[in-house]
Design a protein around this ligand. Structure first.
Ligand code: TYC
Length: 113
């Protein structure tokens, strides 16, 4: 293609061999849905256990864990964190298993943002 210097994606191999240009009409990636992991208050689970759990499962520091625990204690429900579906599901399962193993009635759920 000596004289073909205009980059129009045609070639010289005969009919029907031009390279098509695909125009992207939608973005390739979609942002995943996010889910709030919610902790529910109850009258029996010790405050110290909830504070410990928030650090262990949700990687919160001591101060933030105390703040979240007190919020749940006073308001009935509170957000531990926001995650993609599978991460949120795993956190809920970890909370439920730790609560069960320690014989606390603590409940945890997830909700789409
Ligand atoms: N209400 C509990 C108590 O007074 C403490 C508590 C806080 C329990 C948060 C659950 O998600 C919870 N011992």
């Amino acid at each position: 293609m000596a004289e073909d210097n205009n980059n129009d994606q045609k070639d010289d191999r005969g009919p029907g061999r031009d390279v098509g240009v695909v125009t992207r009409t939608a973005p390739k990636t979609k942002r995943p849905s996010l889910y709030k992991v919610l902790l529910l208050n109850d009258d029996y689970t010790p405050q110290e256990f909830v504070v410990w759990l928030l650090q262990a499962v949700f990687n919160r520091d001591a101060e933030e864990s105390l703040r979240i625990m007190l919020h749940v204690h006073q308001n009935g429900v509170g957000i531990c964190g926001v995650y993609t579906y599978e991460v949120a599901e795993t956190k809920v399962a970890q909370v439920m298993e730790l609560s069960r193993r320690n014989q606390h009635p603590l409940q945890c759920t997830m909700e789409r943002e």
